[in-house]
Design a protein around this ligand. Structure first.
Ligand code: NAD
Length: 294
């Protein structure tokens, strides 16, 4: 079966290469020609539009930055909707607003096609290794049809509910990660100013209740002053904006998420939006006039 793959960025490039390695035939599209040529050098064919991808593939995967990009690729000029045939499936792996997943799914269903939202967690290293975690929303029978193919790019593929549930789960993930990094930053800056080395704090607490995957991934980076992404602050702003928008739609106050959003905006104003999100500590360091790092 020929698979369409649209969006060949930091994540999409290694994910598409893993599908090629697994033996699938790919037809790819991206607005960036160099990215298409790179993936074509490993065996993919190049399409001239999302419409052409949809005309030639029964399964179309997308990995794009945010809701407006996915809307353009699906419903825009020469988009997927213009070429899609009944029985086709779109799996959007981008992290976008759940409401937009629902809106685009309805448009595809009106053409006799189906859609899953299937955002990932894990970042570029896991995209390269093929060990991403997929959080999926959509119909169970469509999930069963796509599960093995997603499994070629990920170590875990979990159905979380109906369409939009994948992106709602991803928003939950992003809230928990941001607040964990902020808590670690607040604690390290307090420790440093009170005269305790943050490295000692990390080593002493990591095996206890405060220990976490986030702490183990981000504390060593922070202690080295290594803010190379990783996951950029600008992408976390995008995800929390989607979380706050969704929360408004369903009527849920998110007081802590609102605060961390303001912290991220302050870092953006300081020109740090391309740094890794563990750079949240720089906000606290500035407030306390102390550097927590080694
Ligand atoms: P990216 O910006 O590197 O890649 C996006 C790609 O989409 C680019 O190649 C761009 O040219 C292409 N694109 C944009 N508009 C297009 C259009 N209209 N038609 C065709 N192609 C278009 O982004 P990324 O880091 O690969 O992230 C993709 C998604 O995965 C985002 O939603 C992001 O939040 C999510 N994500 C990223 C990471 C990470 O660590 N980078 C981790 C987990 C999830």
């Amino acid at each position: 079966m020929k698979i369409g793959f649209i969006g060949l960025g930091i994540m999409g490039k290694p994910m598409s290469k893993n599908l090629l390695k697994a033996g699938y035939e790919l037809l790819v599209y991206d607005v960036n020609e160099a990215s298409m040529k790179e993936v074509a050098s490993q065996g993919a064919s190049i399409a001239s539009s999302p419409q052409e991808v949809a005309e030639n593939c029964k399964l179309i995967l997308t990995m794009l930055p945010n809701s407006p990009h996915v809307r353009t690729v699906i419903a825009g000029d020469k988009g997927v909707l213009a070429g899609i045939t009944p029985g086709s499936m779109v799996v959007d792996m981008s992290s976008i607003a759940p409401g937009v997943s629902k809106e685009l799914c309805a448009l595809l269903e009106a053409k006799g096609a189906d859609m899953l939202d299937a955002p990932v967690s894990g970042g570029e290293p896991k995209a390269i290794d093929g060990t991403l975690s997929f959080m999926v929303g959509g119909k169970e029978d469509i999930f069963e049809k796509c599960k093995d193919i997603l499994g070629k790019m990920g170590a875990s593929v979990i159905l979380c509910g109906s369409i939009g549930a994948g992106n709602t789960t991803k928003l939950a993930n992003q809230i928990i990660v941001a607040l964990n990094i902020a808590a670690m930053s607040e604690a390290f800056v307090l420790g440093k100013k009170a005269g305790v080395n943050p490295e000692a704090i990390y080593n002493a607490i990591r095996g206890g209740l405060a220990g976490s995957t986030v702490l183990d991934a981000k504390a060593p980076m922070v202690l080295e002053g290594n803010f190379k992404p990783g996951f950029r602050i600008e992408l976390h702003i995008k995800d929390l904006a989607n979380a706050l928008e969704t929360a408004k739609e369903v009527g849920v106050p998110l007081p802590l998420t609102s605060q961390i959003m303001e912290i991220l905006q302050a870092l953006k104003v300081d020109g740090k939006e391309m740094n890794d999100h563990c750079g949240i500590i720089e906000f606290y360091e500035k407030l306390a006039h102390i550097q927590a790092r080694k």
